[in-house]
Design a protein around this ligand. Structure first.
Ligand SMILES: Nc1ncnc2c1ncn2[C@@H]1O[C@H](COP(=O)(O)OP(=O)(O)OP(=O)(O)O)[C@@H](O)[C@H]1O
Length: 266
């Protein structure tokens, strides 16, 4: 269902964003504007700054320049308010010892539960719905640290969805998933986006999936956005060779360009 009131401006706006990690400059003046309800895929080689940009949007690292997420400045918006606005599914989740998958998903409700309050019937319904939609019934009672990499990845997505954010940040959401679960998870996020007007920003290495699900791609290289546009505009064999040093063939398809690696001479 579309949201009743859409904000006037973009859901995410950064201009001339600079971020340093441990005093090393990592992002060098990033501009990115994402309309509410859009899916933008962040692509780029290892170390190009995708995670750092997601961290800045989630308020996990400081930045200079202009940064607004749904009208909130993440580092200054107050932790609970920011957590109700933006959820990050991290690439390397920290999982507390001894908690079940269901308890881990329920942690997503924390910013919605009043201070000193307890989980309400509504919180339980939200968690049940997430478990249903991600088909996690068989895993819900398992201790989270015993799950396989792919199982844990789906549970950690569940925690981010239980947070019911307006902006969902995904860092390599399908890196540990088999091809069937990759499609299931990306289709589910896309349906939620269409149903609720969720804004999705997803860092993805698989350029074909990035193009299938993102209506726009932002290509990062060494801390800068070097291309931003429709998948077919951004993903050319020449640009991929230049930025990634990769040999590929780009095949035009109705669901977006498919990027095929091409083996070089032996
Ligand atoms: N805490 C840190 N201290 C110093 N440098 C860091 C720190 N965290 C990240 N970096 C550096 O910042 C750069 C960008 O890292 P980032 O994790 O944002 O890249 P990425 O595009 O997400 O990479 P990948 O595709 O490999 O996950 C890299 O050179 C990385 O080594």
């Amino acid at each position: 269902m579309p949201r009743a009131e859409e904000p006037a401006g973009p859901a995410v706006a950064c201009r001339d964003l600079h971020v340093s990690r441990d005093s090393t400059p990592v992002l060098h003046g990033v501009d990115l504007s994402v309309p509410a309800g859009a899916w933008v895929s962040l692509v780029g080689p290892n170390g190009s700054g995708k995670t750092t940009l997601l961290f800045a949007l989630a308020g996990l690292v400081s930045s200079t320049g202009h940064l607004e997420v749904e009208g909130v400045t993440p580092r200054r918006g107050g932790r609970r308010r920011v957590a109700r606005t933006v959820a990050l599914m991290p690439q390397r989740p920290v999982v507390p010892e001894g908690v079940t998958a269901r308890e881990l998903i329920s942690l997503g409700r924390t910013p919605h539960i009043p201070r000193f309050g307890t989980e309400s019937a509504h919180d339980v319904v939200v968690v049940d719905t997430v478990i249903d939609r991600l088909d996690l019934h068989d895993l819900a009672g398992r201790i989270a640290t015993t799950l396989s990499g792919g199982e844990l990845q789906r549970v950690v997505l569940g925690r981010a969805l239980a947070q019911q954010p307006r902006v969902l940040l995904l860092d390599e959401p399908t890196s540990a998933l088999d091809i069937g679960h990759q499609q299931q998870v990306l289709d589910l996020v896309d349906s939620l986006r269409r149903e609720t007007g969720l804004t999705v920003i997803a860092a993805m290495h698989d350029l074909t999936s990035a193009a299938q699900y993102g209506e726009r791609l932002a290509l990062l290289d060494r801390g800068r956005v070097v291309a931003d546009g429709r998948p077919g505009e951004v993903l050319t064999a020449e640009r991929i060779a230049q930025v990634y040093g990769a040999r590929v063939e780009v095949v035009g398809r109705t669901d977006g360009p498919a990027v095929l690696p091409v083996r070089g001479p032996a």
